[in-house]
Structures are given as C-alpha cells and as structure tokens.
Design a protein around this ligand. Structure first.
Ligand SMILES: [Zn+2]
Length: 283
C-alpha cells in the first residue's frame, strides 16, 4: 500500500505518457492480430485523427492539473470530503475513492453529456467514429475534455481524494477505456464474465451503435455495475452483426473523418436524431 501511494504521489509525466502510448500500441497490435471486425478504412489515417484529439485531451488535462492539485491540497488542510469524514482503512479508502471518482467523475459526466444538449454537441465527436478501436478511447473534442475535467474536479471535491488516488484512478481509466474500445476478438464467456465488474468491449460497443436507443445505454467507464444499478444497461445478441458504429446524424466521411469539421461540429446547426432506416455510415 505504501508503495502504491508513493509511486502515484510522484508519478512522472513520462510514466503517464508511457501508460497512454503503451496501451495504444498494445491495442493497435492486438487489433492487427485478432480483430473483431475487419477494418474497411485506412487505419493510420483513422488513428491520426483520434491521436490528434487524444493530444488535445492531454493538453487540457495538463492545463487544469495545477487547479486540481490546489483544490486537493486545500481539502487536505481542511479535512474536507468523504474520505476525510469517515475513517476507512487504507485499502478501503482506496477502493471507495476509486468507486467515487468513477461514479462522479466519469459515469455522471458521460450521462450528462448524453442528456444535456449543449454537452452532447461536444460529445458527438466521440460517437461519430465509424471504426471503434483503442484509439477511439480519447477521441474527445477539447470542449468535452473541459466538461470531463469539471466533473473530475467535482468527484475529487466530494470524495476528498488525494492526488495520488486521482493519478491511480486516471491510470486505470486510460488503460481500461482503451480495453473496452478495442476491436479485438475475445471469447464471449470472458467478455460476459468481466462485464459484471468492469466495462467489457462488447458492453461498450453497444453504446457506440449509430442510433438510439442504444446510444443512451452503457455509460460506464471503469465499472459496469453503475449502468445495472441505474437501469441503463443493454446488450445485444451478437455485437459483430447487430451493431453499426458511428452517428446517424453525421454519416458522411467528409464530416466524421475531418479534423477541421470535427472541431467545428458542436457549433453547427442542430441535427435531430434520424428516424429513417436508410442511413449508411460511410467508412
Ligand atoms: Zn457516449
């Protein structure tokens, strides 16, 4: 426990970068060896777009880091937050802290992005990806990254999470989010088994189906049980056949695969969800 606290209290930026890029490299390799769906587009171009948005996400997180540190330090001095108010053992505090950060900082943020129209406009960029894979995990418009930072701060505030715990949470979150976006063939029994605790690839892919109602299900980031608890869990019989990735309102390649267009997407006139069935998501 001491080692975990020490490591994450002083984790260098280089290690955080290695975790991010290591996960992406592993994902990219596994997707080449055992893909779930054949890629029908240029993978490098696709990865380039998503890495651009990963990069802007990293920059925004970096810009807000000192603000979160200041807040967390203030909470320590004033013993403010759930983890200060209740005297948990160190292990219990770690687990409850991770659960709290996942619920408030990630699940609620994601739920809000689907329910609050102005947030959805930014989150659409993530959903327009026509080929979900490990690189999709951090395909977030800079505006969405700011929304997520705000929820993360709220999570830290409520929980009284020390910085080492936030670093531990974020490291787990990066890797597990890449895992559940990965386009790899894994045995059905394994996917089902892990999906009772953490979000599995098949579970998250349902959320990336191109139209409602599946888009508004399975909001989980690390833990899958929030969706079961709040009644928004969904699954399909065969994700390979029953799902189409992308977004009904932005099916055109020149829109969903163009960085300039994606950056301006939140500011375009609103397009309501489509009700017709004749939508082809261009690859
Ligand atoms: Zn979503």
């Amino acid at each position: 426990m001491e080692e975990i606290i020490h490591y994450f209290s002083t984790i260098p930026s280089s290690h955080r970068t290695i975790i991010l890029l290591g996960g992406l490299t592993l994902g990219f390799s596994l997707e080449s060896i055992i893909p779930m769906l054949r890629f029908r587009f240029n993978r490098w171009k696709h990865a380039g777009i998503n890495l651009f948005f990963t990069f802007t996400t990293v920059i925004i997180n970096f810009l807000f880091a000192s603000l979160i540190i200041m807040m967390s330090d203030w909470q320590k001095e004033n013993e403010f937050g759930v983890l200060y108010w209740i005297n948990f053992s160190p292990w219990a505090a770690m687990i409850i802290g991770i659960l709290g950060l996942d619920l408030i900082g990630a699940w609620m943020a994601h739920f809000a992005e689907h329910k609050i129209p102005v947030f959805w406009r930014f989150h659409m960029v993530h959903h327009t990806d026509p080929g979900v894979d490990a690189t999709t995990a951090n395909r977030h418009h800079p505006g969405e990254s700011i929304i997520r930072v705000a929820f993360t701060m709220f999570g830290v505030f409520v929980m009284g999470a020390p910085m080492w715990l936030l670093m531990l949470y974020q490291s787990l979150s990066v890797v597990l989010s890449q895992f559940n976006h990965m386009n790899i063939k894994i045995p059905k029994w394994f996917d089902t088994a892990v999906s009772y605790v953490i979000v599995s690839p098949d579970m998250h892919k349902v959320h990336h189906h191109y139209k409602l109602p599946y888009t508004n299900t399975n909001y989980g980031n690390i833990f899958s049980f929030w969706d079961r608890i709040f009644g928004c869990f969904a699954k399909v019989k065969d994700p390979r056949k029953d799902l189409v990735y992308g977004l009904d309102t932005f099916p055109k390649k020149k829109e969903h695969s163009n960085i300039g267009f994606l950056l301006g997407m939140p500011f375009k006139p609103y397009r309501p969800p489509r009700t017709d069935d004749h939508i082809e998501i261009e690859q």
